[in-house]
Design a protein around this ligand. Structure first.
Ligand SMILES: NC(=O)c1ccc[n+]([C@@H]2O[C@H](COP(=O)([O-])OP(=O)(O)OC[C@H]3O[C@@H](n4cnc5c(N)ncnc54)[C@H](OP(=O)(O)O)[C@@H]3O)[C@@H](O)[C@H]2O)c1
Length: 131
């Protein structure tokens, strides 16, 4: 399977990429900073630059074309409500629309249950440990 990962250089993204590429699946990792490309190659993936805030749906579609599945694990990671809206909200909408346009029907979203906060536990950012 050929998987397109959004947020590939993040904690969840790195763990997943190692697990996908070890048994022989192919992963394309979308990242923002140029220096993250080498890291993604090191995990066995193919890097591609992209940004959920500035990219259009057409640009995202072009990158996703030919993949079997999308995994979205991008997130603002506590950098404020504005960024959360642009990345976790509007960025997700754009990515879903882009996947739909090029016929990628499998779309996995990594997120959190807001209910965990209501029950008093709070939603805490953890350092993802890849085992
Ligand atoms: N880890 C946890 O404890 C936890 C708990 C609850 C929910 N979550 C959610 O699970 C998801 C993944 O968690 P994580 O720990 O892997 O987060 P992470 O390490 O912060 O990784 C998030 C990734 O999203 C990328 N990203 C941010 N803005 C972007 C944009 N505009 N365009 C493209 N990529 C962008 C980041 O790229 P840069 O490296 O360029 O910043 C980073 O690689 C997030 O949605 C997070 O909110 C995580």
């Amino acid at each position: 399977m050929k998987v397109f990962q959004i947020g590939a250089a993040g904690g969840v993204g790195q763990c997943l990429m190692k697990r996908l590429t070890a048994p022989g699946d192919a992963a394309t990792g979308m990242h923002r900073a140029p220096q993250q490309a080498q890291k993604i190659i090191g995990f066995g993936g193919t890097p591609v630059r992209g940004d959920l805030i500035t990219d259009s749906v057409d640009e995202l579609s072009a990158r996703m074309e030919g993949h079997d599945a999308i995994v979205f694990s991008a997130g603002a990671h506590g950098t404020g409500q504005d960024k959360t809206t642009l990345i976790d909200g509007k960025g997700l909408e754009k990515a879903a629309e882009a996947a739909s346009r090029v016929g990628v029907r499998r779309f996995v979203l990594v997120s959190a249950f807001p209910e965990s906060e209501r029950s008093g536990g709070g939603v805490r950012a953890l350092n993802t440990t890849c085992v």
